[in-house]
Design a binder for this molecule. Structure first.
Ligand code: KMT
Ligand code: NI
Length: 171
């Protein structure tokens, strides 16, 4: 995506647009699958069981549905990492997950119904809704969920999960 954007809820393509393959994303540890929304539960459960994601819940992000909307939206769009994988299945609506590439540029991932996105622990990323202002997602987690974002800083660069991420995928 371009860094030179006016409205981050727009696609924010480069000029001319550049596209990133799923293979390239996988080299960053970012996995992207598709499970058709019609009767997705069985397939998503299989994925969860096979990969050890034993917790799930659903969250709707929109001005009407999310308590503390303004603050949460602002926090989602700050560059951050988590100490665990961020796993989201999009049931309805749309959003952009931006992830930092090996070269430290933003790769924008439009996430739409049926998309299953796995961002590994330690990857820098951010999230924003589109101008539709609505997404409904399933969140998957291993164990007791911790959603804490750690905003990028010299401290987060030194975190164990960041170092492990770099070791596994980048170096
Ligand atoms: C996060 O931590 O980046 C999020 O949970 C984003 C919102 S889930 C669509
Ligand atoms: Ni996050």
């Amino acid at each position: 995506m371009t860094d030179d954007f006016k409205d981050p809820r727009e696609p924010c393509h480069r000029d001319p647009p550049e596209y990133v393959s799923l293979e390239n994303l996988a080299h960053h540890g970012v996995l992207y699958y598709h499970i058709p929304v019609a009767q997705y539960e069985v397939e998503l459960n299989k994925f969860a069981t096979n990969n050890g994601y034993d917790y799930n819940d659903k969250i709707t992000i929109s001005r009407d549905k999310l308590p503390n909307y303004e603050e949460k939206i602002k926090n989602f769009f700050e560059e951050h990492l988590h100490t665990d994988d961020e796993v989201r299945y999009i049931v309805d609506g749309r959003g952009y997950f931006d992830v930092r590439s090996k070269d430290d540029v933003w790769i924008r991932i439009l996430s739409e119904p049926g998309d299953l996105l796995i961002l590994p622990a330690g990857v820098y990323h951010r999230f924003i809704l589109t101008n539709e202002d609505y997404i409904h997602v399933v969140r998957l987690f291993k164990g007791v969920p911790v959603w804490t974002p750690h905003n990028r800083s010299e401290e987060t660069d030194k975190m164990l999960e960041r170092q492990e991420y770099l070791h596994k995928f980048i170096s």
